[in-house]
Design a protein around this ligand. Structure first.
Ligand code: HPA
Length: 272
């Protein structure tokens, strides 16, 4: 089936399941899934129930769509996303975003766990994503364009919604949390980067690195969504400290930040 057709099929399934068009879609990154438990859920859909959705295989990603109220708004949260490293095609990784945009959801919050490249960062802190290094990310828009979603060639200069970012800064101040701002670099994984990779990424201007987010933001941008990106710095990137990196440590730090992250995102949804 053609992609446009698959999107239509999934959109009409979701329309049959949801009582309204959500105000905001949220992608929850590694270990940040517990935010979904804060949603007053009206509907929970397993990815296995949703036509054309793939399954989430990454640890710390449960693979459910949670629809309900958060901060007084109707939200649709992806508890678990699809990563390129799981073996999925990029077009599969971004399929949910294209469905959300087609459904009429205008706003998207993308979160992730990331390694800190900027040595001023400390694990457990948050970073507002203000720019992206996309060069190591095979473009998810490669192949026939779905014209209903957006243009073949599209801007990535004004990717993030500046008003929403301003609100995020104010909320971080109010809640007394550190919110760095920086460039997120995509690396395909699943191996963590080498110290040389990290030195190279730093030279290129990256402040944080991760294995997700960039594909989804590219797709959301093409579809004209208002986007906010937040990284949870779960570890210092390879070679910065004299320690080995592990996925367990990433999830453990994300768990420590959980409450701060949930309060922050809730306010960012409530006040938008
Ligand atoms: N590198 C890539 N992805 C990550 C990291 C990292 O150091 N930490 C969390 N996700």
């Amino acid at each position: 089936m053609e992609k446009a057709q698959r999107i239509k099929e999934t959109v009409s399934y979701l329309k049959s399941q949801l009582s309204s068009i959500p105000d905001v879609a949220i992608i929850l990154g590694s270990g940040l899934g517990p935010l979904a438990d804060k949603i007053e859920a009206e509907k929970i859909l397993d990815y296995s129930q949703i036509p054309n959705f793939a399954l989430s295989t990454a640890p710390g990603h449960s693979g459910r769509l949670v629809f309900g109220k958060l901060g007084g708004k109707n939200v649709l949260a992806m508890q678990g996303r699809f990563h390129y490293y799981e073996g999925y095609e990029m077009s599969t990784c971004i399929f949910p975003i294209q469905v959300f945009a087609s459904l009429g959801i205008e706003r998207l919050i993308v979160s992730n766990a990331a390694g800190g490249i900027n040595v001023d960062y400390t694990p457990g802190e948050l970073m507002l994503i203000t720019d992206l290094l996309t060069g190591f990310c095979p473009s998810p828009m490669r192949g026939p364009n779905v014209d209903e979603l957006g243009k073949r060639f599209f801007d990535m200069t004004f990717t993030f919604d500046t008003e929403w970012q301003e609100l995020a800064r104010e909320i971080a101040q109010e809640q007394n949390i550190v919110l760095h701002e920086g460039t997120y670099a995509f690396m395909p994984g699943p191996h963590f980067e080498t110290p040389a990779d990290i030195r190279a990424l730093r030279t290129l201007g990256a402040n944080a690195v991760g294995m997700s987010t960039v594909p989804e933001i590219i797709a959301a941008r093409q579809a004209g969504m208002k986007i906010l990106g937040v990284s949870c710095i779960t570890n210092m990137a390879a070679g910065i400290l004299d320690i080995a990196l592990s996925g367990d440590d990433v999830n453990a730090t994300a768990a420590l930040v959980e409450e701060r992250f949930c309060n922050f995102i809730t306010a960012v949804v409530e006040k938008v």
